[in-house]
Design a protein around this ligand. Sequence first.
Ligand code: MN
Ligand code: MN
Length: 479
Amino acid sequence: MEKENKSGERWKRLKEELEFKKSAVWPELSHPEREEASRFAEEYKEFLNKAKTEREAVRELVAMAETNGFVSLDQMTAKGRKLRPGNKVYAVNREKNLALIIIGKEPMWRSMNVIGSHIDSPRLDLKPMPLYESQGLGLLKTHYYGGIKKYHWLSYPLAMHGLVVKQNGEKVDIRIGDKENDPVFVITDLLPHLAKEQLKKKLGEAVSGEALNILAGTLPLEEKEAPERVKLAILELLKLKYGIIEEDLTSAELELVPATPARDIGFDRSLVGAYGQDDRICAYTSLRAVLECSNPARTAVALFVDKEETGSTGNTGMRSRFFENTIAELLYFVTGDYDEIYCRKALANGRALSADVSAAVDPTWEDVHDKYNAARVGYGIVMTKYTGSGGKYSTSEAGAEFVADIRKVFNENKIIWQTGELGKVDQGGGGTIAQFMARYGMDVLDCGPAVLSMHSPVEIAHKGDIYMSFKAYRAFLNS
Ligand code: MN
Ligand code: MN
């Protein structure tokens, strides 16, 4: 034995003891765990199919939370009732932004655990005056939302989701294109035969923002003398079906999203391909984690925000005050009193995971990544110490102490994790809500699964990573 160690086997020992081991998730899972991970992915796909917009996501998340014993904060605290450790409450902001909270045994101002994800995804929004007629076709003007590659949205079946609010406040829900027999909408593309000039253009300039027009109908009114007969016929149809007039579209939020449902990908069905996995993959896994958390030591918060894809601005984005207002309200109902210093302490002493997806290295485009630091699909949840671009501009970098803290939690709970960085230095970059959570002074680490084809109509995630993210978030909330 001695002799063996001194000669050829020494490197094996060094490798074992010193090197960071990156492992693929699936081979590390036991058979029952693989079954659980597969089942989890099925439930996740159902959620994705139901929640294609931020409002739909809030609706689904609240429904699941209520089924699991969560009560709205207003209802729970009616008549000034105090909150106690173990109480499960939720607060909704304008149907697009949600916080789920389990009151911990320890005082909130000493420390709480927060997981923040976003539930908006890149898409096309209808403009306030969308409907027009040209060349006998009824069309709808759109304004894209978030970072899209515009060519992805041409010649692709699209569904229309959202709502129209009438002047009297009545809300009309619209959801067309998901059922098998529903019609879908589509943006036409130029035939290659006549695309000589278009094909000479740079990829980013070949399709302009104003070219993202939705084909919406062709049947004209019967009255031949009427102008814009197709447009009028579509308006008549909208009146008959939804009771709305053109002016109602000015107070509407109608979003065009891919009509295709979530599907398994590959011979081995190891991947999920679906629209909106950035970042509903983190929304769903963190929801499931909070549902399995009971009587935590630290108050557990799962936060779901809107408008991340456009800079976290607005009254439902991470930069709004919803989160701190909710914490202030919680403190009031826990103590029966309110002292701002405790609210500030609660926020500043918080531990947070910014739960968002990371870019997985794609072998076809691998030269945009530093292969030593890129995340891979199937290799577990990704810790991203910093985001940003160039010289770490606009980053929120997690402190080494906090990364060590989370690393310990993950290792003690047998979470398979890896590190990641968004591409090579100076290749581009991006940010998450981490920087806006960090403003409160809390520790924040970006932590989520890696996906392929991010921001495309079919984003791809690994079932092993989906399951591992859930386990990682659960371990964090219980830490
Ligand atoms: Mn994201
Ligand atoms: Mn994104």
